[in-house]
Design a protein around this ligand. Structure first.
Ligand SMILES: [Zn+2]
Ligand SMILES: [Zn+2]
Length: 138
């Protein structure tokens, strides 16, 4: 039992670790399910919760409330496309943020994580404008 449990957990960790993908719990579940038909969504949720607690995975809560998982533990920010919903790793540093926030509010910053919203290159090139109108209307 115990052994099974940790094997499943390893599968879940692996499924969540495809760099750059940032899967949702449901996407991880369908990946794990391909290998192990007895896996349940609640097991996936429970294991993800534990992996996050132990620092093996990062949980990203997007502006639309969707949770995604990231196994890349380097400090990086994210951009989310309002059109296709894809999430991208963004390697930018906000210069002077620590200094500014200290001056303005006396706040000692330990770190930050930014989620930029917008339209990705792919959607911008294609029917971006049309889809955005659709999203705004909904
Ligand atoms: Zn897009
Ligand atoms: Zn990431």
């Amino acid at each position: 039992m115990r052994r099974n449990y940790s094997k499943q957990r390893e599968e879940i960790r692996k499924a969540a670790s495809v760099i750059g993908v940032h899967p949702t719990a449901e996407e991880i579940y369908s990946l794990v399910k391909e290998e192990n038909s007895t896996a349940s969504l609640s097991t996936v949720y429970r294991n993800l919760h534990e992996l996050v607690k132990e620092g093996e995975l990062k949980e990203l809560i997007l502006p639309n409330g969707v949770k995604r998982y990231d196994a890349d533990d380097s400090e990086h920010n994210h951009a989310v496309c309002n059109c296709c919903g894809k999430i991208f790793d963004v390697d930018i540093v906000i210069e002077g943020l620590e200094q500014k926030i200290k001056e303005l509010q006396g706040f000692q910053m330990n770190g930050y994580h930014v989620i930029v919203e917008g339209i990705c290159q792919n959607c911008g090139r294609k029917e971006g404008a049309k889809n955005v109108k659709k999203i705004i209307r909904n």
